[in-house]
Design a protein around this ligand. Structure first.
Ligand SMILES: Nc1ncnc2c1ncn2[C@@H]1O[C@H](COP(=O)(O)OP(=O)(O)OP(=O)(O)O)[C@@H](O)[C@H]1O
Ligand SMILES: [Mg+2]
Length: 395
């Protein structure tokens, strides 16, 4: 059990700064999920925590003690690497139990521990095989087993499920969640999988180019993204963006939108009078999640929807519902298309304008210049969540 504080950590490779002053706090028992585009520094950060690479600046504190100068062995951290290696001459159970050998635990006991972990990882039937007789996904789970058998203070997992097929991934995701619930060990987990991040994390940290963009609960990061990058990175399909001009009015503000292919539409948003004054006449970007853009013909329960007509490009039936791919007005450097959720029985015709209901109680607004979020409709009438502060810094 351990708290983990990463305080202003920097790391350079040659002249390139890969970690640019990272601050992250994980409480005891936290399931911290690190996400971010390829190359943003996730694995580098894990290596720094484990002590496999020294950091150039800042501190890594476990239970309040700076371990930056400590040998990896002394940190009591178990890491599962993105590229893991197994001992080819040892069997599966010997690979899993390997960390126990140095502790002087008897062979019979080691076998027993390996069996327990193997059960958790659905590897029981492979215990006596050699790594070369396993598939990639099975090998990856053996690597996980080797970490799990140790019962360390902190687990670091670098995309541990990346080699598994979709079905096994879901099974293993549940196993990891159960394991965390049972053990309560502090966990730092890297993934590219949105569902994994949302379902496993107690806290998500979004990294970009060696900097923390946002840290918060899955709900915070999803519903109140700090900027357009976080908004577009979290969620699949990703948030839709529409550019427009804000005009102050009696409800707060109206956003005037030029439709691709011509015509204008508008939406009224209950923004504060301060914000309306500040952005009156300025370019803003409206962010709407696909689930908040629905077929105007489908039933809408409450009065937070506003209707617009918008050009439909194509329909993609998925079985349960239909993904409506809409034209974007973001211009050449756009995020591509927009996506709305229509019912499986939709009668909309591609190539025409379709009526769409937009749930304005769930939209976000971004300053078009800075791309920082200026408004989250979901927080209107609620108190804004307090920023997550670093635990006090010891000088
Ligand atoms: N040993 C090294 N020497 C030089 N550059 C490195 C080294 N290790 C990593 N880098 C660079 O540092 C940056 C961050 O790499 P890192 O492996 O941490 O990214 P990542 O976020 O884990 O990406 P991915 O999602 O692809 O695994 C990359 O630009 C990478 O090329
Ligand atoms: Mg990596």
């Amino acid at each position: 059990m351990a708290t983990l504080e990463i305080v202003n950590v920097t790391k350079k490779f040659g002249s390139v700064t890969v970690l640019k002053g990272i601050d992250i706090v994980a409480a005891d028992g936290e399931f911290l999920v690190l996400v971010g585009p390829s190359g943003c520094g996730k694995s580098t950060l894990l290596s720094a925590i484990a002590g496999l690479q020294s950091n150039d600046g800042g501190e890594i504190r476990i239970n309040g003690i700076d371990v930056s100068e400590q040998h990896p062995k002394d940190r009591d951290i178990a890491m599962v690497f993105q590229t893991y290696a197994l001992y080819p001459n040892l069997s599966v159970w010997e690979n899993i139990a390997f960390p126990l050998e140095a502790r002087g635990i008897s062979k019979a006991e080691r076998r027993l521990e390996a069996e327990k972990v193997a059960g958790l990882l659905h590897l029981t039937e492979y215990l006596d095989r050699k790594p070369r007789q396993l598939s990639g996904g099975q090998r990856q789970r053996v690597a996980m087993g080797r970490a799990l058998v140790r019962d360390p203070q902190i687990f670091l997992f670098d995309e541990p499920l990346s080699n598994l097929d979709a079905k096994l991934r879901v099974v293993m995701r549940t196993e990891i969640k159960k394991m965390h619930k049972n053990l309560g060990t502090t966990m730092v987990y890297v993934t590219h999988d949105q569902i994994e991040a949302m379902t496993l994390a107690t806290k998500i940290v979004v990294l970009r180019d060696g900097e923390v963009q946002q840290a918060g609960s899955p709900d915070d990061v999803y519903h109140t993204p700090k900027n357009k990058f976080v908004a577009s990175f979290m969620g699949s399909p990703s948030m839709n963006f529409i550019k427009g001009i804000l005009r102050r009015n009696e409800v707060g503000a109206r956003i005037e939108i030029v439709r691709p292919g011509g015509g204008e539409v508008a939406l009224d948003l209950p923004v504060s009078s301060n914000l309306a004054r500040q952005f009156d006449g300025k370019a803003v970007i409206l962010g709407i999640r696909p689930e908040a853009m629905i077929d105007a013909k489908s039933e809408t329960k409450d009065g937070t929807y506003q209707r617009i007509e918008w050009p439909l490009e194509i329909l993609e039936p998925t079985g349960a519902d239909t993904i409506a791919v809409l034209k974007s007005n973001m211009g050449d450097d756009s995020e591509g298309e927009m996506v709305a959720r229509f019912s499986a029985k939709t009668s909309a015709t591609p190539g025409t304008l379709v009526s769409i209901n937009i749930d304005v109680s769930a939209v976000c607004l971004f300053d078009a210049q800075t791309e920082d979020a200026i408004f989250h409709a979901s927080t209107v009438g609620k108190s804004v969540p307090a920023p997550i502060l670093l635990s006090e810094r010891k000088a």
